[in-house]
Ligand binder design. Sequence first.
Ligand SMILES: Cc1ncc(COP(=O)(O)O)c(C=O)c1O
Length: 393
Amino acid sequence: MTYGTDCEAVLMTTTFPAIPYLEWISGRASEATHDLATSDLNVARHDDSVVPPVLADLADPEDETLVGQLASRYDVPESSVLVTAGASHANFLAASALLDLATEVPDDADDADDSDNSVDSARPQVLVEKPGYQPLLATPEALGARVDRFVRPPEFDYELEPSRIDGAATDSFAYAIVTNRHNPSGELTPRAELAEVADSAAEAGGYLLVDEVYAPYIDPATDGPFGGVTAAGMPKTVITGSLTKFYGLGGLRVGWLIGPEAVIERARSASMYLPSVATPSTKLAQRALHHGDQIEAAARDQLSTNHELLASFLAGQPSLSGRIHAGGSFAFFEHDDCDGDEVADAAWDQGVLVVPGRFFDLPDAFRISLGGDPGEMATALDVFGDVLDELTA
Ligand SMILES: Cc1ncc(COP(=O)(O)O)c(C=O)c1O
């Protein structure tokens, strides 16, 4: 696919190769006896009913729209909100919109400097955090962007450093992507620091995209949306979220994109190429948000119990190193003697699912997530502890 006119030489080739992590994880959770890979706080699990049990006996809101409910939670105008089929769809639409804006034909296109018209320098540049969640780099790459990485250094607890964006941005910089909490480490970046990263992206001529699916994973809750931290409302900043993780309602496929109107309008146009969210899902999402206090309190109970479980598990495992961030229920660990694949393979042999770090750019590590019922998580950790004992024996 070629965007723009010949004189701009803005070439973007679109292709959709397999995303290795999604190919690997697909179907594994249902095959696993002990799922230590999902971070979805899945209150509604083990039930095949159409309406998730957690929503079954709750009343529907009157005179509210889903867009209105989200706008009021994030304290933004409704024109800044687009409802999507989960955060994956939101991230795709954000990429489409931001790349579209970056490759806009300027009014003075005839005067454009085309002295360096190599394909790579002409493609819009997207900077993605490293380590990171593969679909976040696969998506802009599939849409034809040039994807470069900036490091969140393991030795500094994967902290976000704004100067890394300036350092890596080229003239064709379009946007930078971060997750908050960080997937895979669980590191949480406060709003003031996100603002610095957004400034840095804006100075480099682009936007900041923050995937906030794990932002509500904080205990106790703050006064932000879903009790978490958000970058919503900052200049040249777009955020994505969904009901999959904290509400455990991934089956609804409801997410959102929040950002400046110009971005939302582009994303809305791009969304017309893809299926939209089904009405029953929209209605159930409205119901979930209407009773958010109750669902969030239950989610936070589960989060906090699972956090304690993971923290005491780590304390009893001398062969493991890594940090569990306050309030989080997933983390990225290294084993003294084995790489991430060796740990994940040994665990899988005993029916335990953890994710090898190679899917997050760090093959020495593995990611462990406690999303399920605390009783099941405790059992799963016991079995995983035995796996680690065997490995070090
Ligand atoms: C950082 C991140 N973003 C998005 C998603 C997908 O979210 P959704 O189910 O809402 O599409 C995941 C799921 O693992 C994720 O880890």
